[in-house]
Design a protein around this ligand. Structure first.
Ligand SMILES: *[C@@H]1O[C@H](CO)[C@@H](O)[C@H](O)[C@H]1NC(C)=O
Ligand SMILES: *[C@@H]1O[C@H](CO)[C@@H](O)[C@H](O)[C@H]1NC(C)=O
Ligand SMILES: *[C@@H]1O[C@H](CO)[C@@H](O)[C@H](O)[C@H]1NC(C)=O
Length: 235
């Protein structure tokens, strides 16, 4: 399905340039940092056309992980549109998603600093941010449980084959609620034990997160699952 879509997309791109439509959703990308070295590197080594393609592929991938084959099952994007803007942001942040507009900002300063492969690392980041667009529960604005949302976004990135070289290894970390890579590997463990776990968890996040979600879906408290997980990797 993703391959087929990529072919359709390539012909769309020739006409539309920086935007494409998939499953009723429009994907747009803009480079607003072309005056900075990072913005120029983005154009040379990645490009807005490729970014649009990756965002649509990442969306299909995420819907698939979330078991949301029908558009009606999905969380809607604002104006049915997902936007990427490359901007120079004066902080160390790599990228972020603004939930109120389904928009992703990629920090040109980070692109400039990348020492590894720009294609792989930026694609991994886009999978993470695109997951934020589609996951339920981001209305939890207090961000008390931001770790679960960050962990799920890195889980999708991991499943897509884009775990970053700077991540901790599976089994590392001190708690399931650390977020990002640590939580992603733990969710991966749970999802292997019970395939579809993350899809069900995402569905439950419509009503906000609770530790009880793990017990309800996995039949074991999260503390116990974490102990089993650590034991699998030698404690
Ligand atoms: C583009 O960059 C300018 C200057 O840095 C900034 O003021 C503006 O808000 C940016 N536009 C978008 C869409 O991010
Ligand atoms: C890029 O590297 C410079 C120099 O080390 C650093 O000051 C800056 O914060 C880094 N930017 C990002 C987004 O990581
Ligand atoms: C996916 O969703 C369908 C219904 O929409 C359900 O029947 C099926 O069991 C789900 N698959 C998994 C792996 O949860």
């Amino acid at each position: 399905m993703m391959k087929h879509f990529a072919a359709v997309f390539a012909s769309l791109l020739a006409v539309a340039g920086l935007a494409a439509t998939a499953s009723g959703v429009r994907f747009q990308a803009t480079n607003n940092a072309t005056m900075t070295p990072g913005g120029q590197r983005f154009d040379r080594e990645y490009g807005v056309g490729y970014a649009v393609q990756v965002m649509s592929e990442a969306s299909y991938f995420t819907w698939n992980i979330f078991n949301q084959t029908a558009p009606a099952d999905r969380r809607p994007a604002v104006d049915d549109r997902v936007k990427l803007v490359v901007n120079f942001v004066s902080s160390n942040i790599l990228a972020f998603e603004r939930d109120s507009e389904s928009s992703i900002t990629l920090n040109a300063g980070y692109v400039n600093n990348i020492t590894g492969d720009v294609r792989t690392l930026v694609t991994g980041l886009l999978y993470h941010e695109v997951t934020h667009v589609w996951q339920w529960g981001q209305q939890d604005t207090s961000r008390t449980h931001s770790w679960i949302y960050e962990g799920m976004a890195d889980f999708v990135r991991l499943r897509a084959g884009y775990a970053a070289p700077y991540w901790l290894q599976p089994g590392q970390g001190s708690s399931w609620d650390t977020g990002y890579d640590v939580t992603a590997w733990f969710l991966n463990y749970c999802d292997e034990l019970r395939p579809g776990f993350v899809a069900v968890l995402n569905e439950r996040l419509k009503d906000g997160y609770s530790d009880d979600d793990f017990l309800q879906i996995m039949g074991k408290p999260v503390q116990e699952l974490w102990r089993d997980y650590k034991a699998k990797y030698g404690g």
